[in-house]
Design a protein around this ligand. Structure first.
Ligand code: A3P
Ligand code: MG
Ligand code: MG
Length: 378
């Protein structure tokens, strides 16, 4: 039920579908992507309260090689996974508009994750996802939809996976400090930090950019900055961990993984990615710094190669498809976009029960908070 040129066709019962592009050749006319510019930043406190300041901003510092990324595991304060809402981004956007009164008309997306997963879709082999989408006037709003089952799965991670996840956060702690150039106060400690990981604390940047001729506003967590913070994304650093590479199969796996690292940083305008390579035991072996913009060229022709232009062209087509498919006149409708790996995406309008589920008992219009709706004057 899909046409060669990728144009949508009606298909029962899953709604209107859009097929994937071919992965074998680069698009001849890729859409232009505008360098992201930062609109504002905000922080989450240790109790996960949103504040419009830079209290959670951290600075990069070289981690001690050989460090144990399992250190402090038993003390870990893990933020429970919950349905991600667009609210923080809407708060930020509303604040920005009041201060600067710039025109709206933007696609908005919440999570440090979902905009990456949209662009990566042509290469997704395993994990499907669901999105809730609203169209209000010319603006599309996106939030990730987590079913109850998926949410439960996230909060009941198996021990091995949970520990691996912790390694990623511990690496962030070893690599960051709140005072530039100096470790946190207990530097006499063999580990150089207190071993307290609180995943409630986050520093987030909201940027605007443009894909093709669509303006986009996205927000995401930024792990740290290198040197001094100058109020823009120029020295932002993304931190990642990965297993050490011991052979060509490992290298291919890592090259594939770089697509995700690349897109996450590229979309927010983060120019540097520092990868900590670790042993399965959690011991940090070495670090390597990558310039985000140089990654696509470095993997070209490799077994795990990918083409970022395929992702951008797909993103452009995805947004056009939604603009063309969702009627502009019914702002309160909520649409469910479903990705099936290797197949494509399908979109269908939610019924009343579905919309109620999306509202989750809050005072909302669809998934948008009522205050935001009122502010838009609709
Ligand atoms: P690593 O990516 O280094 O393993 P981010 O890289 O986006 O800053 O996220 C920080 C850490 O959060 C990750 O570190 C990982 O430990 C954890 N994390 C992020 N997304 C995750 C996911 N989808 N599942 C499990 N853990 C995740
Ligand atoms: Mg992060
Ligand atoms: Mg990171």
């Amino acid at each position: 039920a899909e046409l060669e040129d990728g144009s949508p066709v009606r298909k029962k019962p899953s709604g209107i579908t859009l097929a994937y592009p071919s992965l074998s050749h680069s698009p001849s006319k890729p859409p232009p992507f505008q360098q992201p510019t930062q609109l504002l930043t905000f922080s989450y406190t240790p109790d996960h309260v949103l504040e419009f300041n830079d209290a959670a901003l951290r600075y990069y510092i070289d981690p001690p090689l050989g460090a144990d990324l399992g250190y402090g595991y038993d003390k870990w304060i893990k933020r429970p996974d919950e349905r991600g809402r667009l609210d923080p981004l809407l708060q930020a956007w509303s604040r920005f508009k009041k201060g600067l009164c710039e025109g709206p008309s933007s696609s908005q997306s919440r999570a440090p994750d979902i905009h990456v997963r949209i662009l990566i879709a042509p290469y997704e082999e395993r994990d499907g996802w669901e999105l809730n989408v609203m169209r209000v006037g010319g603006t599309l709003y996106f939030e990730e939809h987590l079913s109850e089952a998926k949410l439960k799965g996230k909060n009941e991670m198996e021990p091995r996976h949970r520990r691996q996840t912790y390694h990623g956060y511990a690496f962030e702690s070893y690599c960051t400090t709140s005072t530039p150039g100096r470790r946190e106060d207990d530097s006499s400690h063999v580990h150089g930090w207190g071993g307290d990981v609180n995943t409630n604390v986050q520093w987030c940047s909201v940027v605007k950019t443009k894909l093709g001729d669509r303006r986009i506003v996205i927000g995401g967590e930024v792990d740290c900055v290198r040197g001094k913070y100058s109020g823009n994304t120029a020295n932002f650093v993304e931190l990642k961990t990965s297993l050490t590479i011991r052979g060509s199969a490992d290298a291919t796996k890592f090259e594939k993984k770089l697509l995700k690292f690349y897109l996450q940083s590229f979309l927010l305008g983060v120019p540097e990615i520092v990868v900590g390579f670790r042993k399965p035991s959690g011991q940090l072996v070495t670090t390597q710094s990558f310039r985000t913009v140089e990654i696509p060229r470095s993997i070209r022709g490799r077994p795990g190669a990918w083409d970022p232009l395929i992702c951008l062209a797909w993103g452009d087509r995805f947004l056009s498809f939604l603009h063309d498919t969702l009627p502009a006149n019914t702002g309160k409708d909520v649409w469910r976009v479903t990705l099936s790996p290797n197949l494509g995406i399908a979109v269908a309008k939610l019924d009343a029960l579905g919309v109620e589920d999306v509202m989750g008992g809050d005072d909302r219009v669809g998934f948008l908070p009522r205050w935001y709706w009122d502010e838009m004057g609709l």
